[in-house]
Design a protein around this ligand. Sequence first.
Ligand code: OSB
Ligand code: MG
Length: 368
Amino acid sequence: MKIDRIVLRQLRLELVHPFETSFGRTTGRNVILVEASSDGVSGWGEVTAPEHPFYNEEWTESAWLILRDYVAPALVGRTLEAARAGELTAGIRGHNMARGGAEAALWDLEARLAGRPLYRHIGGGARTEIPCGVSIGIQESVPALLAKIETELSAGYHRIKIKIKPGWDVEVVREVRRRFPDIRLMADANSAYTPADADHLKRLDEFYLMMLEQPLAHDDIVDHAALQAKLDTPICLDESIRSARQAEQAIRLRACRIMNIKLGRVGGFAEARRIHDLAEQAGIPVWCGGMLEAGVGRAHNVALSTLPNFVLPGDVSASHRYWARDIITPPIEVTPRGTIVVSNEPGFGYSLNREFIDSITVRRESVG
Ligand code: OSB
Ligand code: MG
């Protein structure tokens, strides 16, 4: 397909509840949408870069500039296949979320041109219902956390992830376990610890968590390997896995027993699939992480979660947990079974709320 034009839009969306992690608190999102068109058909991608460079190096502003000045000019006017589009921007060091938002738009476009659902186009379809988990941010108090968990369990979610940080960890997990001894529970530290905390983290073994996500530095593999050798709890890497090469190194060093794959963090579907395949060959289960996505990114995550080795519930949950109104129709809904039913419509499977999108657009630029 020939890429005629790429349009960037930046939207502002307020969260229904603030979301707090070890690296900060988010009250609303600056979402960049990438619209790529060919022959009058448009494909859509969402850039998952957060509002500040505290998860990885990217933020809204860096993503906008990289997309406008490097990614879009590398793609517009070219005839390409989505599976190889990443190669055209591979010379850019880092900025995977900016690259990945555009790459995802090209997969959606190619799927629509073929009249096919995106999940089929990427080679998914191992399941047509996605088992869902939720990620619960750091709360004001333990009773507030317990109440949130109760709500999510009643909604049918299959596993609960809580965010931890020094001062909100072992004793909080102990209370959660006391109240909910049988649930599938995990904790995400977002790199809040160092190797000097190994004995402290070892105390979490008592609570038979499904996994401990990214306890150590955002760019580390070697220290995680040493920590994994010491813990009974499986380590899951998030921030540290940005490419298939890093996934291969983490597997080789036994730095984790589970991987979280995020479409943006790894630069798109092609790299996500490579990581998925390496993990599958190594017997490492994967799940789809989230970045507080609006509907377009959320629908892409649903498609990704249909690949065979996404055997664990991910952080892909209902739109209404984040947004009073989503940018897609219908919003992403979760069944009483705690699943999302995959759409068979062409492309990412939902309609865009064009008027709503226009009403919350704060800037727009076109390349081509
Ligand atoms: O580490 O998985 C993470 C949100 C923002 C940045 C990083 C993370 C998260 C989440 C929320 O855990 C996942 C979601 O509900 O989208
Ligand atoms: Mg994480």
